[in-house]
Ligand binder design. Structure first.
Ligand code: ADE
Length: 225
């Protein structure tokens, strides 16, 4: 999978995409993540990418020209499955969306900034608008990072133990069961006996009952309750 992120703040994402699992996924050749500085595509001699909104509203709006130029240049190189725009009024990002996106070959993520982008870009070039939650960030970079992270870890081979992605919270609409590591007794805080029993079927049964109990208690909406 290849992810092209268009941003006015590439330095904000550079460390993130070159650290830990995202870095390893790229080194293994499973994923490519490319950052594109929107300012490199403007024809403005002061490298400006925003302007005042028509109608006199407050705040600045990202202009059509540099966004169009960047997306057009990328599309000339390869076909894209989705051109995503990060925006608080988009579709809510969740695990099913991460699963679906992780199966695509080429994805562009355009990070919003200021008061938004010229609506004509959304009408003509964007294929999917995504929000990571009902709150407003100063820009779409953190949203792009969240999405890229959730997508990349689902690409086969990225996680060393593929099971660990399958048993994530939300993967089957249930929260994950609690996990523990050594020592079995820490200051009298004991690991549940069943996990020390070595009885695989009993452990699976316990994990499922814990998942159900935690989901019912913490996220009953996931069970339709
Ligand atoms: N840009 C600003 N806030 C955002 C949000 N909640 N989700 C996605 N992009 C955003």
């Amino acid at each position: 999978m290849r992810i092209d992120i268009i941003t006015v703040l590439p330095e904000m994402l550079d460390g993130f995409i070159n650290t830990s699992i995202l870095a390893r996924a790229q080194k293994k050749g499973l994923v490519e993540i490319h950052l594109h500085n929107l300012r490199d595509y403007t024809t403005d001699k002061h490298r400006r990418v925003d302007d005042y909104p028509f109608g006199g509203a407050a705040g600045m709006v990202m202009q059509c020209q540099p966004i169009d130029a960047c997306i057009t240049a990328l599309k000339a190189e390869r076909d894209y499955d989705e051109v995503i725009f990060t925006t608080p009024d988009g579709e809510q990002f969740n695990q099913p969306m991460a699963n679906a996106l992780s199966m695509l070959n080429n994805v562009i993520i355009l990070c919003g900034h200021y008061k938004g982008i010229d609506y004509r870009i959304r009408e003509h070039l964007i294929t999917k608008e995504v929000s990571i939650g009902d709150f407003v960030l100063t820009g779409g970079e953190l949203a792009a990072a969240v999405m890229a992270d959730a997508m990349v870890r689902l690409v086969p081979g990225v996680l060393s133990d593929e099971q660990s992605a399958l048993s994530d919270s939300f993967q089957d609409n249930l929260l994950a069961a609690p996990v523990y590591t050594r020592p079995a007794d820490y200051k009298g805080w004991r690991v549940p006996d069943v996990l020390l029993s070595g009885h695989e079927a009993k452990i699976k049964e316990w994990e499922l009952s814990q998942s159900l109990e935690r989901t019912r208690r913490l996220r009953p909406d996931l069970l339709g309750e």
